[in-house]
Design a protein around this ligand. Sequence first.
Ligand SMILES: Cc1cc2nc3c(=O)[nH]c(=O)nc-3n(C[C@H](O)[C@H](O)[C@H](O)COP(=O)(O)OP(=O)(O)OC[C@H]3O[C@@H](n4cnc5c(N)ncnc54)[C@H](O)[C@@H]3O)c2cc1C
Ligand code: SF4
Ligand code: SF4
Ligand code: SF4
Length: 371
Amino acid sequence: MTEIRKNDSKGEEVKVFKDLFETVIHPGKCCSCGACVAYCESQGFNVIKMEGYTPKYKSPETVDNCTECGLCYYICPQTDTIQEKINKFYKIEDELGYIEEIIAAKTTQEAIKEVGQDGGVVSTILSYLFDRNMIDAAIVSLYDDNLNTIPKIIYGKEDILKSSGTRYSISSQILPLKDLYNISLDIIEKKRILDIEQLRLVFVGTPCQIRAIGKMRFLHIKPAHVVKYAISLFCFENFNYDKLYELLQAETKVKPKNIKKTWIKKNFFIRDKNDNEFEVDIKKLDPAVRSHCHDCDDFTGKFSDISVGASGAPKGYSMIITRNKKAHNLIHSLLSVGLIEQYTVPIEQTKEWKIKKTNWLKKMVGLKRKK
Ligand SMILES: Cc1cc2nc3c(=O)[nH]c(=O)nc-3n(C[C@H](O)[C@H](O)[C@H](O)COP(=O)(O)OP(=O)(O)OC[C@H]3O[C@@H](n4cnc5c(N)ncnc54)[C@H](O)[C@@H]3O)c2cc1C
Ligand code: SF4
Ligand code: SF4
Ligand code: SF4
């Protein structure tokens, strides 16, 4: 690597991947979102890659390909660059971020009810957007053949149900954007994508990943320019896949391949393929929590357009936070066509409902900070 570094407009040394490695990746703060690699690769710089969940130089030879643009460092959600500016841009003044509206709702779609994690709201939003031709693609997560959680760009409604439900391990959701300019001809023709720059995509991810997307959108950085809606899942903590399933098997004797669904409600729950349920003390899973989650204080995804989670919602419903008019209108379109139904707040509670719910979510952030 060249020894003399470029300076930015303020005369400060530009931080590059080497700095990202030293300050974020090596100390265990990387949340494996894949933003650094997605940006660098989509520009054709050919410097870094994702190896498992860790960004690395592709080889000693590619180190010198680094143009020292500094953007991998800038957009990383775990660096505090442009923090004040993005907070202002996203109107963030407290631990929950800007709230246009907060409601509880659930899907009315039977197929989604079967597989959705909570209210099935995220899958229903995707389904609506595909149906109305308002998007061309979405980044969701899936299990691969070995039950590892992987990110995937889907191009149609038919792939939504496979992606529904929560996988409590990291999926490098931004990574697929590295191949944005290599979308197969088949898809380009099928979706009638005349110009890849005009692709309309929904991004679904955890708050840390949404923070990277938020930085990229603020800076108008490709390839995040195609993200039309960023949907954040609430997130208290995430797990190292191998360690989590090793601990779960030790506690329940259920093999990972026999697990049908997992969820967290104070403790960790498993439903196996015979519909037996097991409860595991969440504290016993602490050794599997990913190290970067210990310092995380974003529970709802402050930089999203829409945030969805179960915390604070009546049973079977999801809490939905909209952050801007566009997101608000989208949720109200789903309500008006009856794809989701809103929880009716009892008349005597209407005044305090929103305050109670936001206080609850603030409490979750407080608990997260104390972890
Ligand atoms: C690691 C993790 C921890 C969470 N912790 C909490 C919590 O403490 N409290 C709470 O209220 N909610 C939490 N959630 C969110 C919750 O589990 C549901 O995802 C959310 O309520 C949406 O439910 P739904 O029925 O609308 O989603 P569905 O309609 O079932 O859709 C879920 C969507 O999430 C995507 N997804 C699933 N797993 C992942 C993943 N690992 N990374 C990225 N995308 C993924 C799927 O691809 C799908 O698009 C967590 C989610 C994750 C991934
Ligand atoms: S070229 Fe830019 S984005 Fe790629 S590694 Fe170097 S500084 Fe990071
Ligand atoms: S951008 Fe994402 S993948 Fe890259 S170092 Fe930062 S947290 Fe890790
Ligand atoms: S706890 Fe924070 S750092 Fe960990 S996965 Fe969730 S949002 Fe990301």
